[in-house]
Design a protein around this ligand. Structure first.
Ligand code: FAD
Length: 450
């Protein structure tokens, strides 16, 4: 706890840590610090907590800024949810891995121990030919044999091509998985990061590949219970309190925008990658990090909500669409009956379409699955233009440690072996808290994801 101990006199109370940003990453860091008995103040620019995974109010209905999917492999997020009192089994609907594209593919993993669940899922899948099933098994066997390490990173499309994966298998299985997990088209996405995701989901124990679909809004899923936990454990969360600059002073940090004008022993910068460079800009030693983060490109995610007057039931809570990549029956997930969310990951032709055209194409998708329906009572298109960083091969990403002692970077872009997800944000948060609490640092500050 070297740099967290104030003064030389007893008793040595740990000094306060500042977390800038109350997204999933920042709140995970704060919860981890509070659990270790370290006082923490979280500064959040917005009134709503959760950042890119937050609740929004539209048409008098509580919606998420974007439909999110979690998987059983999100062990840190699930652990922290339980710790702050948001029991995952109350907030998430757990389904065995199911990929349902009506008329094209139906793959469902039975509740059998790994790897039998995956083998059985492939053998019993409808819509796959035998050579495609064998191709998928061969691909997974080869990745396992190589320890899920590629000799050099490449694109997912290239990896699948070299592994001679049949076209339909790519189109219906690997490419949708790549888009959903990396939010980057296979022609551009990092094969190593994709392989890391396969290693920790499909190739891990059965529960790791389970789909966990939120039954409550994204702010209630973790951020709001986290704040209650922090309040009970000596922490504080200041909403509508943007920080404008970080200044080093007397071995600690002052923050422009802190109404209390306090000095902090350490700062965890937990803002999105497109906000981090401005805050790092006031620190000359961190300029190269600011430049590396500013160089990250981003991909959008579009969510279109359609609310029908009549009851609508999709064949499953999550179904593949023709226009939408995935459609979610929010009514079957604890939401209002007749509320459907259609999701399109990454950029594409839809970006040139207007809202009306997008809504009408989504409506056609719903009708194809649920039968003829009158147009929705209301609809809402939410496009998050910088939903995640574009997960390119051999991308240099910063780690949580910086050259400035006591300053840490947190968020979904921080070098871990995952793409931008809730889990990578939370893992980065836990790692930053560990470092701020005086645990040993990792050597490099800028490295390609492994
Ligand atoms: C539409 C959409 C769909 C997604 N789907 C999935 C999914 O299905 N599964 C999945 O795992 N992930 C998904 N993601 C990704 C996931 O939401 C993000 O990876 C994660 O929320 C990032 O969290 P974070 O804490 O790193 O950053 P953020 O959520 O961006 O949090 C940063 C916080 O910092 C605050 N802030 C910024 N500047 C300041 C300042 N100067 N002072 C104080 N506060 C500041 C912001 O207001 C924000 O609250 C999706 C993202 C989007 C947008």
């Amino acid at each position: 706890m070297a740099h967290l101990v104030q003064g030389l006199n007893m008793p040595r109370a740990p000094a306060r840590v500042a977390v800038i940003g109350a997204g999933y990453g920042g709140l995970a860091a704060a919860v981890e610090l509070a659990t270790r008995g370290i006082p923490v103040t979280v500064f959040e620019a917005s009134r709503t907590l959760g950042g890119r995974a937050r609740v929004v109010e539209r048409n008098g209905v509580t919606l998420d800024n974007g439909q999110h999917i979690l998987i059983g492999a999100y062990r840190e997020l699930l652990r922290l949810m339980a710790q702050v009192g948001a029991a995952p089994h109350n907030h998430l609907q757990r389904l065995p891995l199911t990929l349902l594209h009506p008329g094209r593919l139906r793959l469902q993993a039975p509740r059998l121990p790994a790897p039998l669940h995956l083998l059985t899922a492939l053998i019993t899948a409808r819509g796959l030919r035998w050579e495609e099933r064998r191709g998928a098994m061969r691909f997974m066997r080869r990745l396992r044999r190589d320890g899920f390490r590629l000799p050099a990173d490449t694109t997912v499309a290239d990896l699948l091509d070299r592994a001679a994966q049949p076209d339909r298998l790519c189109r219906y299985l690997w490419e949708p998985l790549c888009l959903s997990a990396l939010n980057t088209p296979p022609q551009q996405a990092s094969a190593q990061v994709f392989v890391n995701v396969l290693r920790d989901s499909l190739a891990a124990e059965r529960a790791a590949s389970d789909l966990l679909l939120p039954r409550t809004d994204l702010s209630q899923l973790f951020p709001e219970p986290a704040v209650q936990y922090l309040t009970r454990h000596g922490g504080e969360v200041l909403r509508t309190t943007p920080i404008h600059a970080i200044r080093r002073r007397h071995g600690g940090f002052d923050l422009d925008g802190d109404p209390g004008r306090r000095s902090f022993a350490a700062v965890i910068l937990a803002v999105a990658p497109y906000h981090a460079p401005a805050l790092l800009g006031s620190l000359p030693e961190a300029l190269f990090l600011a430049q590396a983060i500013a160089a990250l490109a981003h991909e959008p995610i579009l969510t279109c909500y359609l609310h029908y007057r009549e009851p609508v039931r999709l064949p499953a809570p999550m179904v593949g669409g023709r226009f939408a990549h995935w459609l979610f029956d929010r009514g079957r997930l604890g939401g209002p009956t007749g509320l459907i969310a259609g999701v399109i990951s990454a950029g594409g032709a839809h970006e040139a379409m207007g809202r009306e055209q997008i809504t009408s194409r989504m409506h056609e998708d719903v009708c194809a699955l649920a039968g003829a329906l009158a147009p929705p009572q209301w609809s809402q298109v939410i496009t998050e233009k910088r939903a995640t960083f574009r997960c390119l091969p051999s991308l240099a990403r910063p780690g949580p440690a910086t050259p400035i002692p006591g300053l840490y970077l947190c968020g979904d872009y921080v070098a871990l072996d995952y793409p931008a997800t809730l889990e990578s944000a939370v893992r980065a948060g836990v790692e930053c808290a560990r470092l701020a609490a005086g645990c040993p640092s990792r050597p490099s500050v800028l490295r390609p994801a492994v």
